[in-house]
Design a binder for this molecule. Structure first.
Ligand code: LLP
Length: 433
């Protein structure tokens, strides 16, 4: 199977899709649908490939991609640091037992509470995003008689040519200190006067679902030039460089992102060469993948509820979830590969549009999916590469309970997330009488 499917996905003799040797039909029967199925071997393998592809580099998992206790436990066990971008993600990491010293706190609008909690628990690095935040951090760290070690988030002026909503490195962005406007220099100069904030490095994340290595190379070069310039102008050598995340993954067989090993090699060679040219000591490097760690590990199982062929028009196939468990097609026009999971079929494939059960037309799972002509109510569909930014962006739109998630490995199934109940849905509601 693989392509965009988890590493252990295959068909058994009866044609049923299996993951880690567990049949999709058994999973659906025992755990219901929609269901996120996480292939543990795949998830661990992606962590390892990253660490091997970036020898000597600290790899931090961007938990915004999927932030639940079990997933963070696995990723931390594989030796990755964890990037958190809110007190909710921080809390989840702490509940997962992650060493706070291996946490990185991000965010363009961190609250005092979030900053103070980070100081209290001792997160490893805080990535400062604005001048306002610098002043607040100086005050909050001072109140704790503490020195916060920070990276400055730089907006390097690199356009990663990815979807508009996931571009972050171009000048006019809400994130970070825009280099071309002198904001990075201003922030650095300010840091030199602060007592409770110690700047130890810089960070730049240029965007997400990037397929080539060129934008990453450009990012590394711009950042090293900046570090060398600050050394020349201020006599201060910053020793840490976080190059962010953003590596693209396969969502369909047509996607061809670079292999991690090639990406790592390109970045490490660039850093070594540039440091040589600049006479700058090789900094400690950090990268921050989210999607590339967890995205490919997971598929979503849905049950087909209706099939509506409109002669000469579209055949609409409705499943029992949709934009509440995967907002990506609606938000980014994302295309995830879809396959019939409970059987194979000799029927001629034809293009159908798979939609969810929500009350709007943008509730797409996949347009023009080539599925067998005998697709019927009760069939199971699997949607590929749904580990990243699906669970973490899930909602209760139309008051759908959010799905369960299970972890499969060597024929064993372990629950990761229980399915929300109808009572969960009204738990926060306060009746007026
Ligand atoms: N570091 C920072 C500071 C980030 O903002 C992000 C992602 C990452 C690392 C990880 O990027 P990745 O390796 O996952 O590309 N919801 C969108 C993606 C938003 C990405 C936000 N930031 C999607 O579903 O495509």
């Amino acid at each position: 199977m693989p392509g965009p499917w988890p590493l252990t996905a295959e068909r058994d003799d009866a044609g049923v899709l299996t993951i880690a040797g567990v049949a999709a039909t058994d999973l659906a029967r025992e755990h219901g649908t929609p269901l996120w199925v996480v292939d543990e071997a795949d998830l661990r393998e992606r962590c390892r490939r990253y660490r091997e592809g970036f020898p000597g580099v600290d790899v931090a998992y961007a938990s915004k991609a999927w932030c639940t206790v079990g997933v963070l436990q696995i990723v931390a066990e594989e030796g990755l640091w964890i990037d958190v971008a809110s007190d909710g993600e921080l809390h989840t990491a702490l509940v997962a037992g992650v060493d706070p010293a291996t946490l990185i706190l991000h965010g363009n609008n961190k609250s005092d509470r979030e900053l103070d909690r980070a100081l209290e628990v001792g997160v490893g690095r805080i990535v400062v995003d604005s001048l306002d935040e610098l002043e607040r951090l100086e005050r909050l760290a001072g109140a704790r008689d503490h020195v916060a070690q920070v990276w400055l988030r730089i907006t390097p002026g690199i356009d990663a040519h990815t979807h508009e909503y996931v571009r972050t490195g171009h000048d006019d962005a809400k994130f970070g200190f825009t280099l071309s406007l002198g904001l990075a220099d201003e922030a650095f100069r300010r840091c030199l006067d602060l007592v409770h904030v110690e700047v130890v490095g810089v960070h730049a994340h240029i965007g997400s679902q990037i397929f080539g290595t060129d934008p990453f190379i450009a990012n590394a070069e711009v950042m090293l030039d900046l570090l060398a310039r600050w050394r020349d102008e201020h006599g201060v050598v910053l020793t840490e460089l976080n190059l962010g995340g953003g590596m693209g993954i396969r969502y369909t067989h047509e996607d061809h992102p670079v292999e991690v090993a090639r990406y790592g090699k390109a970045v490490l060679e660039t850093v070594a060469e540039r440091c040589d040219v600049l006479g700058f000591p090789q900094p400690r490097l950090v990268v921050e993948p989210g999607r590339a760690i967890v995205g490919p590990s997971t598929l979503t199982l849905y049950e087909v509820g209706t099939v509506k062929p409109l002669p000469g028009l579209t055949t609409w196939v409705s499943v029992d979830g949709g934009m509440s468990d995967n907002i990506r097609p609606a938000l980014y026009d994302a295309e995830h590969e879809v396959a019939l999971a409970n059987r194979t079929s000799d029927a001629e494939p034809h293009a159908v549009t798979v939609v969810g059960k929500h009350c709007e037309s943008g509730d797409l799972v996949r347009e023009h999916a080539p599925l067998p002509g005998d697709l019927a109510v009760g069939d199971l569909l699997a949607v590929a590469a749904t580990g990243a930014y699906t669970e973490s962006m899930a909602s209760n739109y139309n008051r759908l309970p959010r799905p369960a998630a299970v972890l499969v490995r060597d024929g064993q199934v372990r629950p990761l997330l229980r399915r929300e109940s109808l009572d969960d849905l009204v738990r926060r509601d306060i009746p007026l009488s």
